[in-house]
Design a protein. Sequence first.
Length: 263
Amino acid sequence: MADEAFVTLATTESYCMGATVVARSLQRHGTTRSIVAMVTPNVSQKSRLDLESVFDEVIVVDMMDSEDRYHLALLERPELGITFTKIHCWTLTHYSKCVFLDADTLVLCNVDELFERDELTAAPDPGWPDCFNSGVFVFKPSLHTHARLLDHALQHGSFDGGDQGLLNSFFSSWPHTDIAKHLPFIYNLSASSIYTYLPAFQHFGHNAKIVHFLGAMKPWSSHSQWEAGHSHTMRRFVSLWWREYDTQQHTTPPAPGKEPPHD
Ligand code: UDP
Ligand code: MN
């Protein structure tokens, strides 16, 4: 299935760490699809070369920022304006269908069946389930859709200042039309749900397919933050993430001629 791909995005060195884990975890579970990283021009050459050793393609895209300080402040995530950059995934028209995965996700088993779904398929957001969460979604690259999304962003902005508000108002029929476009929650299991509905997590959590470290704390945040007040399960997912990250560091020798420059 050379014309289908998983896609992620990294605009900073930390999110490059996350992107690496996305790629490694997809490969560990034997995906047959291509794995693509979008990066912005500010990402260092060393990080880009590191990504090239695990991704099939690393594509440089323009940085796009909503600059919507007001809504981002409501969200308490001033850094998320930059997630407008995600919209560029619609320009990857050499693929007929793609699955976008946030760089803060960890794939726990083969999820290639996602390609049987159509645009726009996603799982509910735990904070407002009539919105889909934009950390995992199926889409069809199209320059036409890309242009319409940019136009929508210019006309209406985003109600949360990030990509999720924009995408939900663009694909506004999602909550009440085709149920086949609703992914089971186990394809985008946000870490916070472990606390907000623990019995459900205990009952269904063993079926989790993709964990999403949604929120300000990421697996690469300092260890001491995770030690304080987090459940055993959450810490287990974080250590699984680190195992995947460290495996990558130790088992992928630099390809010949691909030694990262010292900078
Ligand atoms: N992202 C990025 N740089 C940033 C912020 C976000 O590359 O400074 C990308 C990255 O792929 C990330 C996605 O945008 O996974 C969405 O942001 P985040 O996952 O932090 O949002 P959350 O899922 O916590 O709402
Ligand atoms: Mn995320």
